[in-house]
Write a protein that binds this ligand. Structure first.
Ligand code: FAD
Length: 462
């Protein structure tokens, strides 16, 4: 009998967890689980109370679910992220661990940490698996073996790869012998308290399985048409569960792939956008260090204007669709994808405020904060990323709201001071003063032209 340790990280689930599955391979082995909690890592990334609380909720659930399998979960508060290797080493010694299993994380600090861990624990066998993406970044490369910088060819290469290597998910392992649970004194630290005042998304595994099935059964067919309209509940809203690994993206892909090909493709593509940004992070790790993918960013003099930034954050810009979106974010910890693009374009192009400020605010507020997708989305919107929006594409919030919220239903829901106004007046916000509502904080046409001109100069300087 040997001792197998599953090191949980951003894969807080039992279903389709490759590390857990392999640790449980041999019936007679003792299996224990570990989570290293670093408040410092959250602080360094600026992760706010919303996602912290979600992780804590996921941990509490995981502990319970593992208990049902007779697998004890040890939680260690390690303070500094850099203490990971030492903390792991201590647990291995005290529990007599023979083998460690974990799913690979792609950001640069996590990669460094894992390298250190493997070196540090030379006596213990470390097994690594792909559990946080449909494809692994090193599996999908161009014919000349380099990284893709554009999504469409990347996704084509993914589909080709997946045709011959389809995703096979792992089911929840069988319950272990009760003795497994009792043999050790875990010395676990307490799990911290939940701090957010917002409703934390439900990430119970059964609930998520139903949510996924329900979405695939009743919404997938219309996803292509509905996904852009913020007042229609047409998207899966699974992002928070995916971000903390309470749900497996591989499971989502596998199940959706079994639906009708034609209409599942748009949603499968979105899951592959998640892979794409992971691939960018893996192949171009400088994006993890506050740097833009494209060097043009260095030649841009972003405005530093805290008052304007605050108005954007609070949803008091005087642009109805931007305010509605920011208030949705502030009150629920989630924002519709179309609106993430609209508010990001407004901040970076119309206010000319550094995309890092927007990225940081989203990190602080989102339950579904995911470094790769957030960083990729912000760089895309600011036209400084890999597969970025061309710099002359500046979303016009006025036409965006007319197109995607034609009856101003979403706007009225979140900007309550606009509830009594006619739709046509709400859409004419640039020309017509709306009582008790802010005037637009900037002139959209003028700032758009300024942004395009400034970008042109930055590009010629780069
Ligand atoms: P669905 O439409 O149902 O899509 C299914 C899943 O696919 C999502 O849950 C998500 O995991 C993935 N996905 C969908 N769209 C994208 C995309 N454009 N890029 C990467 N993955 C995608 N997504 C995050 O999960 N975390 C973030 O921190 C994040 N920040 C963003 C910031 C900006 C500026 C932008 C433009 C987009 C950002 N996104 C982020 C992507 C996207 O907005 C969300 O994934 C989506 O709105 C989540 O809602 P859903 O689960 O209903 O998505």
């Amino acid at each position: 009998m040997s001792v197998q340790l599953v090191w949980f990280r951003n894969d807080l689930r039992l279903d389709d967890n490759p590390a857990l599955h392999h640790a449980c391979n041999r019936k007679d082995d003792q299996v224990i689980a570990l989570y290293l909690l670093s408040e410092q890592q959250w602080d360094n990334h600026g992760v706010g109370n919303n996602q912290r609380s979600l992780i804590i909720k996921a941990l509490l659930q995981l502990k319970k679910s593992l208990k049902q399998l007779n697998i004890p979960l040890i939680v260690k508060s390690i303070g500094q992220f850099d203490n990971s290797a030492n903390a792991l080493s201590e647990v291995c010694k005290s529990q007599g661990v023979d083998e460690i299993h974990f799913n690979i994380e792609y950001p640069i600090n996590e990669r460094r940490r894992d390298k250190l861990v493997v070196e540090h624990l030379s006596q213990v066998k470390c097994h690594r698996y792909v559990g946080d993406s449909v494809t692994a970044p090193w599996q999908i490369t161009t014919q000349s073996n380099s990284a893709f910088k554009v999504f469409t060819p990347f996704s084509k290469a993914c589909y080709t790869y997946l045709d011959s290597n389809p995703v096979h998910c792992y089911s929840i392992p069988d319950k272990r012998d009760a003795q497994n649970f009792n043999v050790i004194n875990t010395g676990s630290d307490p799990i911290p308290d939940i701090k957010t005042s917002l409703n934390i998304p439900n990430i119970d595994e059964n609930f998520l399985a139903n949510q996924l099935d329900g979405f695939l059964e009743s919404k997938l067919e219309d996803y292509k048409d509905d996904r852009d309209y913020p007042y229609v509940p047409g998207t899966s809203k699974l992002s928070a569960a995916l971000a903390v690994g309470a749900l497996s993206v591989r499971r989502c892909f596998e199940v959706a792939s079994n639906s009708d090909k034609e209409y599942s493709k748009p949603w499968l593509n979105e899951l592959l956008w998640r892979d794409f940004y992971r691939s960018v992070m893996w192949h171009f790790p400088h994006v993890c260090q506050g740097k833009a993918f494209n060097s043009v960013d260095k030649y841009i003099n972003w405005n530093k204007d805290d008052a304007q930034l605050k108005r954007w954050q609070q949803g008091n810009t005087g642009i109805p669709i931007v305010d509605a979106a920011m208030r949705q974010l502030n009150e629920t910890g989630w924002m519709h994808n179309r609106l993430r693009m609209v508010v990001a374009s407004f901040l970076t192009k119309n206010l000319w405020i550094d995309w890092r400020e927007g990225e940081a605010y989203f990190t602080q507020m989102l339950f579904d904060y995911d470094f790769a997708s957030n960083n990729g989305g912000w760089q895309w919107s600011a036209s400084v990323g890999t597969d970025a929006a061309p710099y002359f594409r500046v979303f016009n919030p006025a036409s965006q709201q007319q197109k995607f919220d034609p009856k101003a239903e979403f706007i009225r829901k979140w900007v309550t001071e606009l509830q009594g106004f006619e739709t046509s007046d709400i859409h004419k916000f640039e020309k017509k003063a709306l009582q008790n509502y802010e005037k637009p904080m900037v002139d959209l046409k003028f700032t758009r032209k300024l942004a395009i001109d400034s970008f042109k100069s930055a590009k010629s300087a780069a």
